[in-house]
Design a protein around this ligand. Structure first.
Ligand code: AMP
Length: 431
């Protein structure tokens, strides 16, 4: 199988790493990629938001892709999957219509209401009066969400009504909703628009600093599985959230095929959807794929070609995985780029294969050195028997990275590892 991956973050590096280990994959291309992906795939330049350009790249003889995998949300919402599909190439990623599940919070709420999927009560507001009324109706803590795509940074959760109002005023259309208490879970499901195959659940860490302090980010770390979760959790989410959502979109004539990502809160009143995404999440993907034994290419092709019902059950490692993101100086505010990243060879020599680096914002400079080129520069993923072992390995590798001004959280999976150490190994939530 010849694969073209679109995107250039650590998620795409994780996807490319899995493809590079899959014996069925005979050629691997990525556009635009990054310095780490360049080690396992041939890189190409492309405007990832231009469907015609992506489809043309997929068809150039050098690439000649059997399967195109679109990583980020922006190309999906822009209709890049439609453009590729229109040329008769199998593509893993939803149509623009179906990707509205991520592209518009109001659309997602509408689908959930129609499908009977549990989520936070909410109001869509377009005027200051409506906003104030909704804020009053729910009271603190206030949850104010930009209706459109905002790279994970369009949500403000605050006790300060002035801050809530200010965020609402800065957006065109906002969704204001009730606050959901309880731990968060990220669950990915591969779907062909009909059948749903959930992966194992993960948890991510959105705030910049230890103890969930500081601003919201794209994600600073993740782990999987969730030793504290009910072993029935995945089946329950499949039954009450994933399948009804996929069924509703098919019923509307806009089937969702690709990766359906449910961000959920496990509240005192049950499971509630916080949001849907239309693609693999970063950094959860790094932790989840580290444990998936089933070769990835065949699974994604089955989804892209409507063959998922016949796909055999997924196979998972018994080990746990932890991912720690190393971010640039002053991320997420105004990340500095151009700093040299050192220590990568040392990790490859001393920590692999249990721990490895997945690049996000990196490139090679004129002298061939790896330098930072984005806010989240790289992530380290490690596996181990239990979260404690995986954590130790991940942080040992993170400790070898030298990147001036960088920061990372030191408490990724700490609480869950401690709880698991007291109560036994990670719970087996495999389906
Ligand atoms: P989202 O972009 O919708 O994932 O929101 C980003 C983060 O804001 C989530 O991961 C949650 O931590 C938080 N959040 C969003 N909606 C709610 C809610 N209704 N109640 C509590 N926290 C929320």
């Amino acid at each position: 199988m010849r694969i073209l991956v679109i995107g250039g973050g650590a998620r795409e590096h994780a996807l490319c790493r899995s493809f590079s280990l899959d014996p069925e994959v005979t050629a691997l291309h990525c556009a635009p990629g990054n310095a780490g992906i360049a080690e396992v795939a041939t890189l190409h330049a492309v405007d990832a938001l231009d469907g015609t350009a992506v489809a043309t790249l997929a068809q150039t003889p050098r690439v000649d892709a059997d399967l195109v995998v679109i990583g980020p949300e922006a190309p999906l919402v822009a209709g890049v999957a439609d453009a590729v599909r229109a040329r008769g190439i199998a593509v893993f990623g939803p149509s623009a219509q179906a990707a509205r599940l991520e592209g518009s919070k109001a659309f997602a709420k509408n689908v959930m209401a129609a499908a009977g999927v549990p989520t936070a009560r909410s109001y869509l507001c377009t005027t200051p009066e409506e906003t104030d009324e909704a804020l009053d109706a729910f009271g603190p803590p206030y949850v104010v969400k930009d209706d459109g795509l905002a790279a994970g940074k369009g949500v403000v959760v605050t006790d300060d009504v002035a801050e809530a109002r200010a965020h609402a005023r800065a957006c065109d259309r906002v969704v204001i909703e009730e606050f959901l208490d309880g731990p968060e879970v990220s669950l990915f499901a591969v779907t062909d628009g009909e059948s749903v195959v959930p992966l194992q659940p993960a948890q991510d860490f959105k705030r910049a600093h230890d103890g969930d302090e500081g601003p919201n980010t794209g994600g600073m770390g993740a782990y999987s599985p969730l030793p504290w979760a009910d072993p029935e959790l995945v089946q329950e989410i499949e039954r009450t959230v994933l399948q009804p959502t996929v069924d509703e979109l098919r019923r509307r004539g806009t089937p969702f095929s690709g990766l359906l990502y449910a961000g959920l809160a496990i509240t005192s009143r049950g499971i509630r959807v916080i949001e849907f995404n239309a693609r693999f999440g970063d950094p959860e993907t790094q932790a989840v794929l580290a444990r998936l034994h089933t070769p990835l290419a065949g699974l994604l092709r089955a989804a892209a070609t409507g063959q998922l019902a016949a796909f055999p059950p997924l196979r998972w490692s018994d080990e746990a995985a932890v991912t720690v993101v190393v971010a640039a100086h002053d991320y997420p505010a105004t990340p500095r780029t151009g700093d040299v990243v050192e220590g990568l060879e040392e990790i490859a020599e001393r920590d692999a294969p249990e721990a490895y680096v997945l690049h996000a914002g990196t490139k090679r400079d004129a002298e061939g050195r790896v330098v930072s080129a984005g806010g989240r520069v790289l992530s380290v993923t490690a596996t181990g028997s239990g979260l404690s072992g995986a954590r130790e390995r991940a942080y040992a590798a993170v400790g070898r990275i030298r990147l001036e001004g960088s920061h990372h959280r030191t408490d990724i999976a700490a609480e869950a590892a401690e709880a698991a150490d007291e109560g036994g190994g990670p719970a087996d939530t495999a389906r």
